[in-house]
Design a protein around this ligand. Structure first.
Ligand code: SF4
Length: 443
């Protein structure tokens, strides 16, 4: 838990020597508590105090990164239980699992579409996190090799210590996979392996007490980077244990449970339940989510759900203000106007583009607000539209000057005619879905 200024002050030398640039130790402590300065500014702080302050400053959920070849999936680093209290920081990675009993060709055929899958969602590129390779009595090293021939995405390796070692030997030096799992039976050998390769280790246990016990033992063995792997697979069981772990980490700053969580919806063996469990894990504290089935439709749904939960609620998703060309417009084509809230922009742009209608789209700077919100807040009025039209060079793009207002802001048409006297101002439909019919039939 974060320390108060007074608690930090108790750990400082209290000599008021001013070498940190502050008149007193208390003033420095207050700045430290507000995270506005670094402890390094005080040359006299003891090692013991430094360690205590570092411990207090550590995030309640330790960040763990799985990475390879420039790709990475981060888990942890969360500071709240509920997104509306601040925001979530580390979007969970979706991993598709292959088995070492599959042939190299089967593995590559499954991995390739995962590797290539990138989908645009309101201006963000969404993609899968990586591949999980599970030992199942086959040739684990060969399976890892086949995966690596098909993708450079991060890996989760699941098997015994011996099997995992054969897989690790196939990986490049910059690969940092997650090893699964240390249990009460094998934790010593798994600890040795994780230490040898300097990679994070998942800790599997049937209940929270057993998990805490294992994390402590592994910590005493010198490991720091864990991912918690509850063995529950039902909706209720997963929800209960994930929530318990995260509550203990954030509300109680209980360090043995202060790690990201890995969930295995793929274990249920039913594609529909798998998706339901994955959705739950995205919403409730899963950081690494292992699936057996990859379908573009379900991947898109899961990634969009994740995007909606993990974007910062205090910062609207925006596109850059300017003039966008839809379907290669010419000087006779109309100008549509909208705001730079991403969802508004894409609603309009997608509708026009999908119908193949050429048009210009003027996107004004409304600080990421939708049309009605921006209008109500004074960020989308005739003066702003006219100013942005001129600033972005709209008059130079067309010979037939027609500008189409969103239907909900029909009230602006008179003022806009005054601001843009050379232009024909028209009022479009209220909904983007009606735009193509409006352009075809009314213009
Ligand atoms: S340098 Fe350290 S001891 Fe000196 S005033 Fe600052 S906090 Fe206090």
């Amino acid at each position: 838990m974060a320390l108060s200024g007074i608690q930090i002050y108790q750990l400082l030398p209290k000599t008021n020597c001013k070498e940190c640039g502050f008149p007193t130790c208390l003033a420095f402590a207050m700045k430290l508590a507000a995270k506005q300065v670094s402890l390094d500014l005080c040359p006299d702080v003891s090692e013991e105090a430094r360690a205590k302050l570092a411990e207090a400053a550590a995030p309640p959920v330790r960040p763990i990164t799985i990475k390879s070849n420039g790709h990475e999936v981060k888990g942890g680093n969360e500071v709240v239980l509920f997104r509306h209290k601040k925001r979530f920081f580390s979007p969970p990675g979706l991993f598709i699992r292959v088995y070492d009993t599959q042939s190299a060709d089967e593995i590559k055929a499954k991995v390739k579409p995962v590797d290539e899958y990138v989908v645009d969602y309101v201006g963000m590129d969404l993609s899968m996190g990586g591949i999980a390779v599970q030992a199942n009595g086959g040739d684990f090293g060969a399976a890892v090799e086949a995966v690596r021939e098909a993708t450079k995405l991060p890996l989760i390796l699941i098997g015994s210590a011996g099997e995992l070692k054969t897989g690790l030997e196939k990986l490049a030096d910059d690969d940092t996979p997650l090893l699964c799992h240390a249990t009460s039976e094998n934790w010593q050998e798994m600890a040795e392996l994780a230490k040898e390769y300097d990679v994070p280790l998942s800790v599997a246990a049937d209940n929270v007490d057993e998990m805490v016990d294992l994390v402590k033992k592994l910590g005493d063995a010198g490991l720091k980077d864990f991912v918690l792997a509850p063995t529950q697979r039902s909706m209720l069981g997963t929800l209960t244990v994930n929530t318990t772990i995260r509550r203990m980490a954030i509300q109680e700053t209980f360090r043995p449970l202060g790690f990201p969580i890995i969930n295995f919806p793929g274990d249920v063996g039913d594609p529909i339940r798998e998706v339901s469990l994955a959705m739950q894990a995205i919403g409730k504290y899963g950081s690494f989510i292992v699936l057996d089935n990859f379908e573009k439709a379900t991947a898109y749904a899961l990634l969009v759900l994740r995007a909606n939960i993990y974007t910062n609620p205090q910062e609207p998703i925006q596109v850059t203000p300017g003039i966008y060309e839809l379907n290669d417009p010419g000087p006779e084509d109309p100008f549509l106007v909208t705001t730079n809230f991403s969802i508004t922009y894409f609603s309009v742009a997608n509708e026009i583009e999908s119908m193949g209608i050429p048009a210009w789209l003027l996107v004004t700077d409304s600080e990421g607000m939708s049309v009605l919100t921006a209008w109500a807040a004074g960020k989308f009025d005739a003066e702003i539209i006219a100013k942005d039209a001129k600033r972005f060079g709209a008059p130079d793009k067309v010979t037939r000057k027609r500008i189409i207002l969103p239907g909900h802001t029909a009230v602006l048409s008179g003022e806009l005619e005054e601001e843009l006297p050379d232009w024909e101002v028209k009022v479009g439909p209220k909904e983007a879905v009606d735009l193509s019919a409006y352009i075809k039939n009314v213009l």
